[in-house]
Design a protein around this ligand. Sequence first.
Ligand SMILES: [Zn+2]
Ligand SMILES: [Zn+2]
Length: 380
Amino acid sequence: MADKRDYYEVLGVDRGADDATIKSAYRKLAKKYHPDMNPGDTEAEKKFKEASEAYAVLSDAEKRRQYDQFGHAAFDGSAGAGGFDFSGMDMGDIFGDIFGDLFGGGRSSRRANNGPMRGANLRTSVRITFEEAVFGCEKEIELTLKDNCSTCHGTGAKPGTSPVTCEKCGGKGQVVFTQQSLFGMVRNVQTCPDCHGTGQIIKEKCTDCHGTGYIANRKKIQVSIPAGIDNGQSIRIRDKGEPGTNGGPRGDLMVEVVVSRHPIFQRQDANIFSTAPISFAVAALGGDVKISTVDGDVLYTVKPGTQTDTKVRLKGKGVPSLRNKDIRGDHYVTLVVQVPTKLNEEAKEALRKFDEANGNTLSQPHEGNEKSKRKGFKFK
Ligand SMILES: [Zn+2]
Ligand SMILES: [Zn+2]
């Protein structure tokens, strides 16, 4: 994992490249290194896989965003978050897209459906708080999972009977027919309409699962959400998807994390942003203010003469990196000087005194000409 090349470097595009540039860069590499064009060349095969992986990530807006933020760690299963497995990915979709013209339109000759097939991935989501996203948490989610029916062991056939080979397709799950077209005879392959691709026909259905071979159960699943996860990122839980068919492995469960808004904190990548009010007196004279952070309140010493909208940085009070939770972003606080709205007589008097000692701004407009007062001009 460590010596993996940068995806942008693999495709030879710069980091700001748009989708079309990425696609055309991949097309070029894929054509050059495609195993069909380089039989037996393992170096070419390696290059082809590398480019395909880079393209799979950079052509997907969400995956690209994760990669830009976390690098290869975004997809490293061991990091626990957002990991994804290229072997389970349907590269067929990409090839159909990229090689449509090379291979004559979508690879229709897909594998027959009656071999072992991996189950489909399931998707769900879980809502967590802002703090839970920052520090990580354990969540329990409940969902309906299909399991192989124990009565018929997943065959769907009534115990004592067994499925019979489909006569229409001879158990292949596909039927081939030829058609006359403008360009001559065309061979077409279609999923068998009688057995729907399974290659088998169930004459007497299992009564427990109604012939589906599956029983649906409510299951509780523990999800470990790593510190630093962001809204919209997903966690892969292996083997909690749909069951495979004909002995194939289960698919995975993808849990998308939805992070609730926080009343004070906002987040951008690893940094947290908030505003904190300070009194006019503290702004002018300096002093300590309490600032809320995800680690609790901290005391910050405001310098004398601090202007409103001054931004201060609380180093290391941001969000931990998904890769290493000891590395944290920063918390940026915008100090907002509060203008008092409710003043008692004593405070008003003090403020007038303050003004007298400080340039007498309160009385100046009366001394100045009426025109400038009306227009709201200020004397400098
Ligand atoms: Zn059954
Ligand atoms: Zn059939």
